[in-house]
Design a protein around this ligand. Structure first.
Ligand code: PML
Length: 245
């Protein structure tokens, strides 16, 4: 099996600004088709035209972990205020402090990261060393038959069902880490206003109107129980190949 990844960016005043990313685990015969799809996605992203696209094709050596997808539900909120209150309540029910919830929203709104931030679930402190890059969940893919079943379930819920599948795939790998108690995700796509919170406890919970249409901020925050081995956690999220079934 092969890990195929894409990330695109644009240089803005000497800084590399993230535009889009995509990835999966594929058989060798699928690589060419996937590369074409990823390239089109990079060139047609609503966040703009990139000036750099990195495509990586890497053979996977060693074992692949198989894990179960989180169950998916949707909660309707009328606006971002209602969404914020609902999210806070659900995250607090997991043992995450109010301070940590607010810190996650603040980081997502104010810091542009390529990956996710790791938030200490009590103090709200950021735990990753490289704060500009964040942690990029990688080498993860949803199995074809699971993908079909989820697609049938979400095609009437979202106008971008593949986005839901990708996010559910990432959230399932994240929730598999015992050190991570919950996740908050807001899409950085200005036209996509549904986000989610996820945990082993309540699964993948989509939240409508998590932000206003047109807002360009977005990102992911993982709530981490400390003390824990951060390096080992980041290694799992970024490097260990996982197929979600
Ligand atoms: C969904 O379940 O509708 C997807 C939510 C967030 C996706 C994050 C992204 O693709 O930007």
């Amino acid at each position: 099996m092969w890990s195929v990844r894409m990330r695109s960016s644009v240089n803005e005043e000497g800084r590399e600004k993230h535009i889009s990313g995509a990835e999966g685990i594929y058989e060798q015969y699928q690589i060419e088709k996937v590369l074409k799809r990823f390239l089109r996605r990079a060139m047609e992203h609503p966040r703009g035209l990139p000036d750099k696209i990195v495509l990586t094709v890497e053979k996977i050596e060693g074992e692949i972990d198989y894990i179960e997808a989180l169950p998916l539900k949707t909660h309707i909120c009328k606006d971002e205020k209602e969404a914020f209150l609902f999210i806070k309540e659900r995250l607090i029910s997991l043992g995450i402090s109010e301070k940590a919830c607010c810190s996650a929203f603040e980081v997502i709104k104010n810091f542009e990261m390529r990956g996710a931030t790791l938030i200490d679930l009590v103090t709200g402190e950021r735990l990753e060393e490289n704060k500009e890059r964040g942690v990029r969940v990688s080498r993860v893919h949803m199995d074809k038959s699971k993908r079909k079943r989820i697609l049938a379930k979400v095609k009437n819920l979202s106008n971008q069902p593949y986005r839901v599948i990708e996010a559910l795939t990432i959230a399932s790998k994240v929730a598999f880490c015992p050190e991570i108690v919950g996740e908050l995700c807001i899409s950085d796509n200005p036209d996509y206003t549904t986000g989610y919170i996820a945990s082993r406890d309540f699964g993948y919970l989509r939240i409508t109107n998590i932000k206003k249409r047109g807002d360009t901020y977005g990102g992911r925050a993982f709530f981490v129980k400390t003390p824990c081995n951060i390096e080992k956690l980041i290694n799992f999220l970024e490097k260990v190949p996982v197929i979600v079934v």
